[in-house]
Design a binder for this molecule. Sequence first.
Ligand code: ZN
Ligand code: MN
Ligand code: MN
Length: 281
Amino acid sequence: MLLGAHMSIAGGAFNALLEGEKLGCSTIQIFTKSSNQWKAKKLTDEELERYQAEQKRTGIRPVIAHDSYLINLGSPDAALVQKSREAFLHEMERCDLLNIPFLVTHPGAHMGQGEEWGLKRIAESIDWVHEHKADFKVKIALEVTAGQGSSLGYKFEHLTTIMEHARHHERIKVCLDTCHLFAAGYDISTEEGYHKTISEFDRIIGLKSLVAIHLNDSKKPLGSHVDRHEHIGKGQIGEKPFGFFIRDKRFEKIPKLLETPKENEMDRVNLAILRRLAGEK
Ligand code: ZN
Ligand code: MN
Ligand code: MN
């Protein structure tokens, strides 16, 4: 079972692998740089070698990356969208150096320009990135969002529209997040709602495009459009629905990752719940 959590790279990217190993993770997610700063220190050869050695030793694979929260590929502001594109390009380069197959991103926010406008802007940004370096190994994974503010990606149709507008479809994949789905109004809390949501996803986007699932409970109710992660079973989704995801045979080879609050070694508790649910009938 590919199960893990988002891990800190404080002290070097290899540290995320060591932390993952301690918790028995078979996969992890990282930021390749500080998530709330534009600038990043260059990855040194020494750091890359250490990372590769630890990845080989721990067998944690794949490692998924999440992009910085400052990036808005849909920004109407010319300077900001340019800064975002350059930062995103930079993160894709770091992913290739770290052998990371997917860079998860919240598609972007239109900041009042309207949804259609924003979706086109995001597709243009993705085209810009791919045109600046066509031989990336890493692929972009657009994450379903809660739809907070003017954030796009809270409907499966948004992601399809971005892919349709962009030139290199085959380079764009998708990441689901249970908290975001629920906050966006997809009721995955019942078995019926779960199956309905996944078949809708398959019909509109296609299960083949799915490359990662974030497992987070939600502090806020169904359709609230507020993105607040909660520990598994402690939120509005409840524990049981996480079993639907974790036992779904179609998702066996998909990395499933916690992004829940880190206090009091709660990763250990959350992972134990998920492992128990995996064994239930
Ligand atoms: Zn995210
Ligand atoms: Mn997420
Ligand atoms: Mn979130």
